[in-house]
Design a protein around this ligand. Structure first.
Ligand code: UFG
Length: 320
């Protein structure tokens, strides 16, 4: 098949591109950053409808996978315009160009952030959508736009609501690297490798067994397999829908630090800080819909595997 992967040089997108090109598909990456894969990269801005029209005239893509978005919750609060412009307005331009070109299959990277502070856990897809920041609202707005685009134009989509994406390519070739880095596991492993002095624990006064926040960490390779299954689902004529992607297992910040100490054999120095604004105490997915409908079977559900793959990559790429 022919795929356009928007954001294909990013953390999850790059793992997806490796998988798709390895499976023999024809892949074009749209990203501002270089990709080390041997696929064509176009440096187009998806807010540029004309550039999209030109690309879509050249390639008859079967489907688009859209990974590109800004993801910093705190920044979305201080600069919401940036988030609505990039995550919503530019995505709308992409969708309109897809409609003009007759490309009617999309896999969209959504987030557990659409739910806001959970009213119950584990969270299933019908949990109320009550995002508590512009980042989460931007994802939910796109999901609603997609519902309307299906009704009006027949654009079929699968929205994949990731919980906490983590881990690295089991081969060690690709891994997680954001600039600036704000995510827990890479920060812990940078403290383990000596690239940082310590890792900060945001709050030990939550109503959880050890007082630190609980999250559902899902391996990036398992996210990739869910995307492939979602493509198969649409190709088979599946209706537009959304799926949670998580393991249904919650691990606390302290448990992740403990797992990293065990995997790395290094000392990890922690620093205490107050709660980070907007952090719900516990986010755990009910992903039974993805398992039942897509046949999704996560291969790397154990925290130890997630941490050890991330650590392998961190050691191979100390300069990243
Ligand atoms: N944490 C720390 N110290 C740090 C960084 C994080 O204690 O230095 C804690 C956070 O308070 C949180 C947990 O570790 O309790 C995980 O934090 P991350 O920043 O790694 O991830 P989030 O749960 O905040 O965010 C993830 C995604 C976001 C998405 C959000 C909700 O990375 O893109 O889930 O879906 F918006």
């Amino acid at each position: 098949m022919k795929f356009l992967v928007v954001g294909g040089a990013g953390y999850i997108g790059s793992h997806m591109v490796k998988h798709l090109s390895g499976a023999g598909h024809d892949v074009v990456v749209a990203d501002n950053s270089p990709t080390r894969r041997n696929v064509r990269r176009v440096e187009l801005d998806i807010a540029d409808g004309r550039a999209l029209d030109t690309l879509f005239a050249e390639y008859q893509f079967d489907a688009v996978l859209h990974f590109a978005s800004f993801i910093e919750v705190g920044e979305s609060v201080t600069d919401p315009g940036k988030y609505y412009q990039n995550n919503v307005a530019a995505t709308l331009t992409l969708l309109q160009a897809m409609v003009r070109a007759g490309i009617n299959q999309l896999i969209f990277s959504s987030s557990a952030a659409v739910y806001g502070s959970p009213q119950y856990v584990p969270i299933d897809e019908s949990h109320p959508k009550a995002a508590i920041n512009p980042y989460g609202r931007s994802k939910w707005m796109v999901e609603q736009i997609l519902e309307d685009f299906d009704r009006a134009y027949g654009l079929k989509s699968v929205c994949l609501r990731y919980f906490n994406a983590a881990g690295a390519d089991p081969d060690g070739e690709l891994g997680e690297c954001h600039e600036p880095e704000t995510h827990l596991l890479p920060l812990i492993l940078q403290a383990a490798s000596g690239r940082r002095n310590d890792v900060t624990v945001f709050g030990r006064d939550y109503e959880t067994p050890d007082g630190t926040c609980i999250r559902d960490y899902v391996h990036v390779a398992d996210l990739v397999s869910a995307h492939s299954l979602a493509v198969d689902y649409l190709v088979a004529g599946g209706a537009s829908t959304a799926f949670n992607l998580g393991n249904g297992l919650g691990f606390s910040v302290q448990q992740v630090i403990d797992a990293a100490c065990a995997v790395t054999g290094r000392q990890i120095i922690t620093r205490e800080a107050p709660r980070r604004a907007g952090d719900p105490p516990r986010l755990v997915a009910d992903a039974s819909k993805a398992k039942a409908v897509l046949g999704w079977q996560p291969q790397f559900a154990s925290l130890e595997k997630i941490v050890s793959h991330a650590w392998h990559w961190e050691q191979l790429h100390p300069w990243h």
